[in-house]
Design a protein around this ligand. Structure first.
Ligand SMILES: [Fe+2]
Length: 228
């Protein structure tokens, strides 16, 4: 019988399997080792209510069509778990992932969702040393440059999407790519036509506060994305 316990646990397991076959990529091993220490028994899966905020419902439904064949096991597991996932928007107006009042921009406020799979609280599985979330951004969203002390891995399930890492210029990353953000290096994401879905982990400093790292081109970038 399908349930959150069955489908969400299966989704985490296939993400874990996919990461294992990409373990040579920088930053992947830290997530694998923390996941391998977890007891991924469905009975340990905590009861979070299904939740999909209305403002992203149609885009979220479409995102699975953009997960490539190389990640088919994840696409299938994601489809099965979709009715049970607990998505929340980062509002920027409360203390949480961002410091309260952070200038995250309207496109981010209108277009982000996070589903916490593993973590110290409000997650399907409890861990003290790993955050693992699904992170969704609508098409034409700018996720403005930001920093945190936590070491972070993005396992991008869709693409291409643009990333600006530290002082480097924008680079497009395809679906099935991995990005490693060392502590305190700024990073930004811009989403084109394809909705963005990534499995994102924090493997250190889970109590970090996320802060915007101001750039003078945010408004122009947001306008460009809206025009295209
Ligand atoms: Fe980050």
């Amino acid at each position: 019988m399908r349930s959150a316990k069955v489908t969400v646990t299966a989704l985490i397991r296939v993400i874990y399997d996919a990461l294992q076959s990409r373990e040579q990529l920088e930053g992947v091993q830290q997530t694998i080792s923390r996941l391998s220490a977890l007891n991924l028994d469905g009975e340990k899966c905590l009861p979070l209510p299904p939740e999909t905020p209305l403002h992203c419902q149609s885009e979220l439904k479409a995102v699975v069509d953009h997960i490539p064949a190389s990640l088919k096991t994840i696409a299938d597991a994601f489809s099965a778990a979709a009715p049970y996932l607990n998505w929340n928007a980062e509002t920027g107006s409360r203390a949480g992932y961002y410091e309260a009042g952070a200038d995250v921009g309207q496109s981010f406020l209108d277009g982000n969702l996070v589903c916490r799979l593993v973590g110290p609280g409000d997650s399907f599985f409890f861990s003290e040393d790993l955050f693992l979330s699904l992170f969704f951004l609508k098409p034409r969203t700018l996720y403005r440059d930001h920093t945190h002390q936590a070491s972070e891995m993005y396992f991008n399930l869709t693409g291409p999407s643009g990333f600006r890492l530290g002082d480097e210029g924008w680079v497009d990353y395809p679906a099935d790519s991995v990005i490693w953000n060392p502590p305190s290096r700024s990073h930004a994401t811009r989403v084109y036509e394809t909705p963005f879905l990534s499995a994102v982990s924090w493997v250190s400093d889970l109590d970090s506060v996320c802060r915007v790292a101001p750039r003078d081109d945010w408004q122009e970038l947001e306008a460009q994305l809206q025009r295209n």
